[in-house]
Design a binder for this molecule. Sequence first.
Ligand SMILES: CC(C)(COP(=O)(O)OP(=O)(O)OC[C@H]1O[C@@H](n2cnc3c(N)ncnc32)[C@H](O)[C@@H]1OP(=O)(O)O)[C@@H](O)C(=O)NCCC(=O)NCCS
Length: 156
Amino acid sequence: MTKPSVMLKKAQIKNARSIQLLWSEIYQENSCFVGQPASTSRIKELIASNRVHKVPYLLAFFGDQLIGSCEIIIRNNKALIGVMVDSKYRKSGTATRLINACLEYFNHYDKNTVYLWVLDRNLPAIQLYKKLGFIRTSSSPRPINKDSHLIEFKKP
Ligand SMILES: CC(C)(COP(=O)(O)OP(=O)(O)OC[C@H]1O[C@@H](n2cnc3c(N)ncnc32)[C@H](O)[C@@H]1OP(=O)(O)O)[C@@H](O)C(=O)NCCC(=O)NCCS
């Protein structure tokens, strides 16, 4: 039997519940996100909207198991990228593959600059973005609560 490898696929509405479960699990890691994860219905809306506008929403699967996701949200004329990988499957290049696949779309079809916001204490994500060539923008850190700030990066 061949061992499953990590495959990237476009998100479908039927994946919304699994994405929500992954999102909920990762929100419990204190260093990554603040607030509440999106609901299953919000995720369904996002998948449907990204499909209509042909904006990437990609998932990583190990066999049948959803292990990561990367979506682009267009807000205030900015393309904002978001990524997460199941803690059991990290440090194997999955986030790198997901982000590069989303950026490919922007290189070919859409000349919008891609931005992201990241918590200043989220060192793995900051390292990842720097490694992929993202740079800090001149926007001031955005306070979230008394000990959390979001900082903005963009892909030049
Ligand atoms: C950040 C995250 C997406 C990285 O996913 P990943 O699949 O493990 O990332 P990759 O394997 O592609 O790592 C690529 C590079 O990122 C950096 N990196 C990833 N994890 C790191 C860690 N724990 N510590 C330091 N650097 C790290 C390294 O530079 C790494 O390159 P290297 O393997 O050559 O050292 C993952 O840790 C995650 O899902 N975290 C929780 C959700 C989150 O924080 N999302 C971002 C919100 S803005």
